[in-house]
Write a protein that binds this ligand. Structure first.
Ligand code: C2E
Ligand code: CA
Ligand code: CA
Ligand code: CA
Length: 275
């Protein structure tokens, strides 16, 4: 195996090298991109299920790479989190989203995703305060989306931060609900305004009874706890109809619109469906 393994090892080593190098390049690229202003917030509408009205937009980060074109967050957010660059990136999204939302009709809110790294950063409260102040956006129009992974660590500090944010008037959503651990106990321990039901449950709505049961349970829970429920990844009318029947409050997905640049917000408000 050794004789044979030499070539294998060398190949392996080269492979590792290439990966590490690609990573370093991406990191340098990310830093430069922040300087060069290559990031952009796209927006996806969230609709009230009962009335059909747009009630908010979720800001979703895109990287306009000069060579590689438009890059989705899955391709750079993990490294941005590892390197800590997500804090700067997250501040950019916060500022941009608040500034954009301040130009929208006053009954339209904006939702911003917070990385767990950003959530734990000592700058968080200051950067939220600064983004609101600079934009003039009223705090109640800002929703911050956090995932269950935020709640797993150091719950004392987490609770303090959540209460501080809510004290400012900002609202808190629990994102990707159902994909983490022991979700139900969080609803009792932490102050949430909204639960976002993960796309995976919605996509299996028509084909899996257990997904239907989970959605029914979560919307029921939301109702009794006074928490808004939003279904993510709604792609067709059948899903929307089932969600309506279960009393889900809000829906978001390609059925209404894909995420689009800020310049398309007026269009998305005008037309119920724009794909
Ligand atoms: P997320 O917060 O769960 O965002 C929803 C994702 O689902 C978005 O992907 C959106 O484009 C996609 N989506 C919406 N409707 C549908 C649908 O009907 N069908 C399907 N198949 N997909 C749909 P995107 O924009 O690629 O973002 C992926 C993830 O990256 C987000 O998941 C979020 O976790 C993260 N992310 C995006 N922007 C930011 C940001 O500014 N900060 C942080 N920390 N994370 C971000
Ligand atoms: Ca989200
Ligand atoms: Ca989500
Ligand atoms: Ca997700």
């Amino acid at each position: 195996a050794k004789a044979d393994g030499r070539g294998t090892y060398r190949f392996f080593e080269t492979g590792m090298d290439a990966r590490a190098q690609a990573r370093r390049l991406l990191e340098m690229d990310l830093r430069a991109a922040l300087q060069r202003d290559e990031f952009e917030a796209y927006y996806q509408p969230i609709r009230d299920v009962a009335s059909g009205h747009v009630v908010a937009f979720e800001a979703l980060l895109r990287w306009n790479h000069p060579q590689r074109g438009l890059i989705a967050p899955i391709n750079f957010i993990p490294l941005a989190e590892e390197t800590g660059l997500i804090v700067q990136l997250g501040e950019f999204v916060l500022r941009t989203a608040c500034t954009d939302a301040a130009t929208w009709p006053a009954d339209i809110d904006v939702a911003v995703n917070l990385s767990p790294v950003q959530f734990r950063s000592p700058n968080l409260i200051a950067s939220v305060t600064a983004a609101l102040a600079a934009s003039g956006l009223e705090a109640h129009r800002l929703e911050l989306e956090i995932t269950e992974s935020v709640l797993l660590q150091n719950s004392e500090a987490t609770l303090t931060t959540l209460h501080e944010l809510r004290g400012m008037g900002v609202r808190i959503s629990l994102d990707d609900f159902g994909t983490g651990y022991s979700s139900l106990s969080y609803l009792r321990s932490f102050p949430f305004d909204k639960i976002k039901i993960d796309r995976s449950f919605v996509s299996e709505l028509a084909t899996r009874e257990d997904s239907m049961a989970i959605i029914r349970a979560v919307t029921g829970l939301g109702r009794s706890l006074g928490i808004v429920t939003t279904a993510e990844g709604v792609e067709n009318d059948a899903q929307l109809e089932l969600l309506r029947r279960e009393g889900c409050t809000q829906a978001q997905g390609y059925l209404f619109s894909k995420p689009r640049p800020a310049s398309d917000v007026a269009l998305m408000l005008e037309r119920p469906r724009l794909r």
